[in-house]
Design a protein around this ligand. Structure first.
Ligand SMILES: C[S@@+](CC[C@H](N)C(=O)[O-])C[C@H]1O[C@@H](n2cnc3c(N)ncnc32)[C@H](O)[C@@H]1O
Length: 265
């Protein structure tokens, strides 16, 4: 059987907008206003988390960054604008990966995008980075402790933005129908044992949405906030600056933080 991939042909004058329009109707993010490019509507290219990390870390200029799951390349763009270098971003979803390449080419992002699984990259790379940007990926993992442990092997600083499990999820199944308490498990890694709470990512209509930003598994395990904090401390990330905890996010409580190893290795 011959391999095939849907393709279209542009007969317009070549332009950045023509490249962005390969994914017309599929972008979530609005491109930076100064680019004049029309894509999605969410102002992700102006994400306040990146300037916050820039301030707390005393500047990203000249720092190497490993970004996990860049989605549409907006944080990558911000790192590049702030002078971080080299920037490596690993994206597993093929559509998202190609969107990142379009963002890179049309906006001039100084980064390398790799296509594949973030945990396998962390476990196999010989490279080391100043900062790991792990935003929106921990709660998509079947083995979240293993992802944190793999990050600690490669980077002495990590930014984490993640959902976490909390009693308000188990006590309100109508609001959080995707949790499956019968499949919660206690798991252990390197002597740290904690409950893992099963969150299903099966799609009710059987199909992933066209603009999908989740993981590739049909379920993931969420951790409690205190277990995330205790486990990163055990990994040596003992200097922690909490950016915020929100209990109001519609998908579940969120935590964001920067954590560093005091010895920087
Ligand atoms: C929720 S989005 C987060 C996007 C962005 N980092 C942010 O915080 O706004 C998760 C991204 O990670 C990617 N992703 C999820 N699991 C992954 C994995 N195991 N390996 C590589 N990419 C993954 C998804 O395709 C998606 O682009």
């Amino acid at each position: 059987m011959r391999a095939s991939l849907p393709s279209s042909f542009s007969s317009d004058i070549p332009s950045s907008q023509a490249a962005v329009d390969i994914f017309k109707g599929l972008w979530k993010s609005a491109f930076p206003p100064q680019s004049g490019l029309v894509a999605g509507t969410v102002p992700n290219f102006e994400d306040a988390r990146v300037p916050w990390a820039d301030r707390v870390l005393g500047g990203l200029r000249g720092r190497s960054i490993l970004e996990l799951g860049p989605f549409e390349g907006y944080n990558t763009f911000q790192f590049s604008q702030l002078g971080a270098t080299p920037i490596t971003a690993v994206e597993g979803n093929s559509t998202n990966y190609l969107k990142c390449l379009v963002a890179k080419e049309t906006l001039g992002v100084n980064a390398s995008f790799l296509h594949g699984d973030i945990r396998l990259y962390l476990e196999h790379t010989e490279r080391r980075f100043d900062i790991c940007w792990a935003s929106g990926v921990l709660y998509h993992q079947i083995d979240p402790l293993a992802l944190l442990s793999a990050i600690a092997r490669v980077c002495p600083r990590v930014f984490i933005w993640t959902h976490f499990f909390d009693e308000r999820i188990s006590s309100n199944p109508e609001r959080y129908p995707n949790f499956v308490p019968q499949q919660d498990v206690e798991k252990e890694l390197d002597g740290y044992r904690c409950m893992h709470y099963c969150r299903s990512y099966l799609f009710r209509k059987g199909q992933r949405p066209a603009s999908f930003s989740g993981g590739h598994d049909t379920f993931a395990y969420w951790l409690r906030k205190d277990d995330i904090l205790a486990y990163i401390d055990k990994l040596g990330f003992s200097e922690v600056t909490i950016r915020g905890v929100s209990m109001d996010h519609p998908a579940g409580p969120t935590l964001s933080l920067l954590a560093s190893k005091p010895d920087g290795v």
